[in-house]
Design a protein around this ligand. Structure first.
Ligand code: F3S
Length: 434
């Protein structure tokens, strides 16, 4: 049992009502499982995956209980955002009209069916969450559009592969994979792992032999690093300084093959100006070298197909930022796709892309802009697609996992965004690791 303050004990005893008590029970159990000796008061931001509460099934509560809580005037204690679109169907928030895909293989539930879309978005839950203060960003990369980010050292409760390291490594704020109704509502989290300074120093140095600088290199490198370090905190050396798109690729890649919540790039990430600072003045437990062989092996794990005929192209894992959309519009302007090209971004950027003219460019090129979800989250690809082209290690890895028992399973052409655009325009795959 962790140490609890008098206020926390009162909540645990149910003096503030059923839902606060349930949330406190959940946090106490997280402390017990993780070995945390106490809770920490959060002063940053949070997110969780709606409409469930993202707590263990034993601590879920009903819609009626939530309504009662909202009627009593309850609010989230910290600024709270929403992870991807609703959990049970993960539909596109925008652009669903083009989404000729059925939800988790159920032909009765086509995402492009207006009735199914309305049902899948289940507004009544969001109304309640919004009354409590949730900003329904509906994105695995809600930090792209949140317009309010935690600052250095603030304690947060975030989720998601690209987001958790973004919070820790890139912003210098602190989070575990903590985002839930309980953490956001009570404004507290179990005090362990990345909330504690000592655990944030690197223990493994990962040295790259190639100067990692292109988007594809960062994506492949991220996957190779995750495989190499698992759950350890690495310091990455021998790379260039990543830009925002490359950070998203690195972060999601590392958390596909591994579970990297925190890392350092000396001179780039804020908690490590030097290698010594990243290591907390100690020697690394291990130095791992990522050379050409390791990068090629990672690329080949993600790029596996027997035919160069591409049926569909998917871009936007993690969700694309506004610069990605601008560059993509520039590349597609005046062109025509031969095979479907789906472009995924965050819901709040849909209107921005429309105002800036990108949506029209995509439509004219025969491409579809959608938001708030992804193929892997929706559970597969449209019927008839046997060979999918993607530019994301994470999407390549998870989309094939949607077809575990299919001998004739989905094949993936994996490469750079330019390789994918070329495939969308020609229907042929010409990408390779260079
Ligand atoms: Fe996001 Fe789906 Fe990729 S949830 S990070 S776009 S696998």
């Amino acid at each position: 049992m962790p140490y609890l303050t008098d206020d926390e004990k009162r909540i645990l005893q149910g003096e503030e009502g059923y839902v606060p008590q349930l949330c406190m029970q959940y946090l106490v159990e997280v402390c017990e499982v993780s070995g945390a000796e106490r809770l920490i008061d959060l002063d940053g931001t949070g997110d969780f995956h709606t409409p469930t509460t993202s707590m263990s099934p034993f601590y879920e509560f009903s819609f009626e209980e939530l309504k009662k809580l909202v009627d009593s005037g309850a609010h989230f204690k910290i600024p709270t955002f929403a992870n991807k679109a609703p959990f049970f169907a993960v539909p596109p928030v925008d652009g669903w009209e083009d989404c000729n895909l059925c939800s988790y293989g159920d032909p009765e539930k086509m995402h492009c069916n207006p009735e199914f879309h309305r049902e899948a978005m289940r507004d009544e839950w969001f109304e309640l969450y919004r009354k409590m203060g949730m900003m329904t960003t509906h994105s695995c990369a809600s930090y792209l559009t949140a317009s309010y980010l935690p600052t250095m050292g603030q304690h947060c409760a975030w989720n998601e592969s690209s987001a958790v390291p973004y919070c820790n490594a890139n912003l210098g704020a602190r989070t575990n994979i903590d985002g839930s109704f309980a953490t956001c509502f009570l404004g507290k989290a179990a005090y362990y792992d990345m909330h504690i300074t000592e655990n944030r120093y690197a223990t493994v140095e990962v040295r790259s032999e190639r100067m990692i600088s292109s988007d594809l290199e960062w994506d492949v490198f991220g996957f190779a690093v995750g495989e190499e370090v698992g759950v350890k905190v690495p310091v990455l050396t021998g790379t260039a300084k990543p830009n925002m798109t490359q950070i998203m690729k690195l972060n999601s890649g590392m958390n596909t093959s591994g579970a990297v919540r925190m890392y350092h790039i000396p001179g780039s990430t804020p908690e490590a100006h030097t290698l010594e600072e990243a290591l907390g003045g100690r020697k690394p437990q291990r130095v791992a070298i990522i050379g050409e062989a390791e990068l090629k092996r990672a690329y080949e794990t993600l790029n596996f197909h027997t035919s160069d005929d591409v049926d569909m192209v998917y871009l936007g894992c993690p969700h694309l930022n506004i610069v990605d959309l601008m560059l993509l519009a520039r590349k597609l302007e005046g062109k025509k796709c031969r095979v479907p090209l789906w472009i995924m971004s965050t819901p709040w950027l849909f209107d921005v892309a429309k105002k800036l003219g990108y949506l029209k460019i995509f439509k004219d090129a025969g491409a579809s802009l959608m938001t708030g979800t992804c193929l892997a989250a929706m559970g597969g690809v449209p019927g008839g697609v046997r060979n999918l082209a993607v530019d994301s290690a994470k999407q390549s890895y998870y989309i094939t996992g949607c077809y575990p028992d299919d001998d004739n399973r989905l094949q993936v052409c994996y490469g750079s965004q330019d390789d994918c655009i070329d495939a969308a325009l020609t229907g042929k795959w010409r990408g390779e690791w260079r």
